[in-house]
Design a protein around this ligand. Structure first.
Ligand code: UDP
Ligand code: MG
Length: 334
């Protein structure tokens, strides 16, 4: 099989030569062992870098037969840059591995991914065994984020970043997702197919600094939640409902106060109005939000299904040989 490795790069000139060296070495080894065919490649995506990343990629392209490159006209962000790479590599390879340029992910795991692909897995997630190399802050926020995602009903693989192998069939299906707010970690589990995980330890960045400051991380988290869940809207509705119930309780209390003479004139009606109107307003916002949520889901124009295999050719029936039974499907990240 032909393997493509896609790596988004934003101002990564400090690590790029080393990344290219290691990935080339990996491909050479895999080729020598007959695990990938010649024609396998590394595709560097320059995400509108402002340093010498692109000239570096161009030089690597000239000098290194394994290296391909593409340059985006402006900084489109990690997820979009990755998608650009995946969609470019899709027609050129049987399977594509995406990996960050900063060498934090363990490249030796890629060989495992290739083997699992050969065993019939269409998607292989690279999952971090521990978060030892992270600051306690990043570890804590990441954990809270995964929990929240799960509570809101978004399926994502725990401790998996964008280090994964995807076969061409999965990529073809991914191409049908038209949304602008791209959160690949949420979309990929929706694709189905046989999936599995490989575990690895994450290193420190090889060189350069993180391109994900807290601000970007927060944006990314909000994006991840709001792109996949309209539950926050429903929460407004149910808060309204709860307040309406509490209004009933307030009703009882307020009249109790009135009849026991503890209420000042006008207080009773005022209290009841506040509670009642508050709950009605929230309920109304929730109802409107529910429709906006529907519109939101519609405008994304996500595919409703994706046909993997079609057995409709009546003439092909005679020379049809049943395939081997599919590999078992372990629950991703369970
Ligand atoms: N990246 C990118 N565009 C951006 C930000 C980051 O292509 O706008 C790339 C970056 O070059 C790296 C990967 O995305 O290859 C992950 O970024 P980084 O390592 O800075 O994130 P962290 O590992 O700190 O979360
Ligand atoms: Mg990194």
């Amino acid at each position: 099989m032909i393997l493509g490795i896609v790596s988004p790069c934003y101002n990564e000139s400090a690590v790029l030569p080393e990344t290219a060296r290691r990935l080339t070495q990996l491909l050479q080894e895999l080729e020598a062992e007959g695990r990938v065919e010649s024609g396998s490649f590394v595709l560097f995506v320059d995400d509108g870098s402002t340093d010498t990343t692109w000239p570096l990629i161009r030089r690597l392209y000239r000098e290194n037969p394994y290296v391909l490159g593409l340059s985006l006209s402006a900084n489109a962000g990690h997820q979009n840059a990755l998608l650009a790479g995946l969609m470019t590599a899709r027609g050129m390879a049987d399977a594509v591995v995406s990996v960050d340029a900063d060498l934090q992910d363990d490249l030796s795991v890629i060989a495992r991914m290739v083997d699992l692909y050969a065993e019939g897995y269409e998607i292989v997630y690279g999952v971090r065994r521990s978060r030892r190399t992270d600051t306690p802050f990043k570890r804590g926020t990441a954990l809270a984020f995964y929990r929240l995602m799960r509570a809101l009903g978004v399926r994502s693989v725990y401790n998996h970043a964008d280090f994964r192998l995807m076969g061409r069939r999965a990529l073809d299906y991914l191409a049908e997702f038209k949304e602008r707010n791209l959160f690949l970690r949420g979309i990929v589990p929706l694709l189905g197919y046989n999936t599995t995980c490989v575990y690895y330890d994450r290193h420190e960045r090889f060189a350069g600094e993180s391109k994900y400051p807290l601000r970007k991380m927060l944006n990314f988290a909000v994006d991840g939640i709001t792109s996949f869940s309209v539950k926050p809207v429903r929460l407004i509705f149910f808060t309204g409902l709860l307040l309406l119930l509490l209004t009933a309780a307030a009703f009882v209390y307020v009249f109790y106060a009135l009849f026991t003479g503890r209420a000042v004139a006008g207080w009773t009606s005022l209290m009841l109005s506040v509670w009642f109107l508050g709950s009605i307003v929230l309920l109304a916002i929730g109802v409107v939000g529910e429709y906006i949520g529907k519109i939101y889901v519609e405008v994304k124009e996500r595919p409703r299904y994706h046909i993997d295999v079609l057995l409709t050719d009546r003439n092909g029936k005679s020379d049809f040989s049943p395939e081997e039974p599919p590999a078992p499907r372990p629950e991703a990240g369970a």
